[in-house]
Ligand binder design. Structure first.
Ligand code: AMP
Length: 532
């Protein structure tokens, strides 16, 4: 016998319909690259998305086809998230920082038909145009002085349109992994997975959104669906403040002027904001919550935000997980904790939101499940309705027979469900048969007042197999010696974890998403030899 409740296909169009109906006048503010500002609201976003859906159909775009965007965070980009999904298309958000070969590969692989882009990326478009074989239409989001190509284009439509219906499992977005090895891989998000992921994201244990939230997301809309914020924010009817430039001075002023309560970004974004405030002698903006993810949030950053009265939501995830896997927030014992204890808690990556499950397995056999004892580290695996099953156009599943996806991360699970990420499988340092976390070494090292950035890499050692070497970029104008860094680390990590050498470098290579590229670092130092 079946139950008897109403049918409601879980599609992204419900999200924008809800936002327009229930929070239609809640503002969406954009500060553009040229310094101008525009204001619309959820009702306006929906109207424009309807027009855009019509305009895409007028171009001959069919359900299931891919429409690319290469754009920063702004209201027109937001329109395209809902407009493309609304006509049954699949939005491919392209990271403009990728190398040319990767840009060529992903756009051709996704067979994008349309490219929507910011005028700032015109040089990339000009370079890539002849190499992209499937793109038929190029539409600029912000050309011209008063109107824009994009607005002219959708302005030809009347908005009298009905969203395309379909299956919950139809795709609505595709994001490519940053690809530290081999070609980038496409991850197709479904309408259903997107709606479920967003519902999990807005709850108090995650982004903690309510109608009074004012969010300025610094995490780009071209990276892992901007952590699902544009969907979760619509569900809660929050006010969004977008900035098409990532200049800390601009972000800071916007936060003050627009009453921003929440922001989200990778650690380097927060670091840049701290440095700006220090240089100008300003207080941090009075944020209620800061979401930090993409790389580990260092303790000094967490401490400073907590001291500012800002709740720290340290999140872990990846493109393959839509991306939210875990988010940290105050725990049941929060009020009894000292500041140091709070910092220690927030330095871990939080707990799984309802819907996803985590487990760790033995790194050597990749099969034996490990205890959640807060001590044993292993390969981190995940499963759930917004976790990848198969990469785009792949001929076999990305998960094992038991349905678990291997994240390539190494972590410890605590009895209360907290994830403590310790490394990437490829980056853990194996010294004399024991594992050393390169990430923990780096996080501790960046707490040193003279260290701007640090990367720990395992180097061949004749006796121990591998030993850690710490590569350090000094803070501008600081004189730092290797001995002072080792002394600084000595009460923060186990003695046998202390690096065998500290090497000062001018820069550390990064991936297109701003993470340290250990692969490139190892390549750069491939002839490096440790003394026995
Ligand atoms: P991406 O798919 O580019 O978002 O990269 C995902 C990877 O970033 C994960 O597999 C982790 O290695 C890393 N990562 C994401 N969030 C965190 C975090 N909070 N702490 C440490 N590493 C993280």
């Amino acid at each position: 016998m079946l139950g008897a409740m109403q049918e409601w296909t879980m599609r992204v169009t419900h999200v924008i319909d809800h936002a327009a109906r229930e929070a239609g006048d809640r503002e969406i503010v954009t500060r553009w690259a040229d310094g101008s500002e525009t204001r619309t609201n959820w009702a306006g976003i929906r109207t424009d998305a309807l027009k855009m859906a019509q305009a895409l159909e007028a171009l001959g775009i069919k359900k299931g086809e891919r429409v690319a965007s290469m754009a920063m965070n702004h209201s027109r980009h937001l329109v395209s998230w809902y407009g493309v999904a609304g006509m049954g298309g699949v939005l491919h958000t392209v990271n403009p920082r990728l190398f040319e070969d990767q840009l060529e590969y992903i756009v051709n692989h996704a067979e994008d038909k349309v490219m929507l882009y910011d005028a700032a990326f015109q040089p990339i478009i000009d370079t890539m145009r002849d190499r992209w074989t499937t793109v038929e239409h190029y539409i600029c989001f912000d050309s011209g002085e008063h109107t824009t190509a994009f607005e002219d284009w959708i302005g030809e439509q009347d908005g009298n349109y009905e969203w395309v219906s379909g299956q919950e499992t139809d795709p609505c977005m595709i994001c490519y992994t940053s690809g530290t090895t081999g070609n980038p891989k496409g991850v197709q998000y479904e309408h259903r997975s997107t709606v479920l992921h967003a519902m999990a994201g807005l709850q108090p244990a995650a982004f903690n959104f309510s109608a009074s939230s004012v969010m300025l997301p610094v995490v780009p809309m071209f990276h892992a669906a901007s952590w699902g914020l544009p969907y979760a924010g619509a569900m809660a009817g929050i006010k969004f403040v977008f900035s098409a430039v990532n200049d800390p001075a601009v972000l800071h002023q916007l936060m003050l002027d627009e009453g921003v309560t929440d922001s989200a970004g990778v650690p380097t974004v927060w670091l840049a904001h701290f440095e700006y405030c220090d240089k100008e002698g300003l207080d941090l903006p009075p944020l209620k919550a800061a979401t930090i993810g993409g790389s580990a949030a260092p303790k000094f950053m967490i401490r400073r935000l907590l001291e500012n009265g800002t709740r720290v939501q340290h999140a872990w995830g990846m493109t393959e997980t839509s991306p939210i896997g875990t988010v940290g927030g105050p725990t049941h014992d929060w009020d009894q904790l000292t500041l140091d204890e709070k910092v220690d808690k927030c330095a871990m990556q939080g707990r799984p939101t309802f819907g996803v499950e985590l487990r760790t397995v033995d790194l050597d056999d990749m099969g034996t499940e490990l205890p959640r004892d807060g001590e044993t580290s292993g390969a981190l695996q995940i499963r759930g309705p917004w976790i990848i099953k198969r990469y785009f156009k792949a001929d076999k599943d990305a998960v094992g027979n038991d349905g678990w996806f291997d994240t390539g991360d190494v972590g410890i699970l605590h009895p209360d469900g907290t994830l403590q990420l310790t490394d990437r499988t490829k980056d853990v340092i194996k010294s004399g048969g024991e594992w050393i976390s390169s990430v923990e070494l780096e996080n501790a090292a960046v707490g040193h007042p003279g260290v701007a950035e640090a990367a720990a890499v395992g180097m061949y050692h004749p006796k121990w197999d591998e030993r850690p070497v710490l590569f350090v970029v000094k803070k501008e104008g600081e004189e730092v010696e290797a001995e002072s860094i080792i002394a600084f680390l000595s009460d923060k990590v186990a003695k046998w974890w202390l690096p065998d050498a500290v090497e000062f470098v001018d820069d550390i290579p990064h991936t297109a998403t701003g993470k340290i590229s250990k692969k490139d670092l190892r390549e750069r130092f491939k002839d490096y030899k440790l003394e026995a």
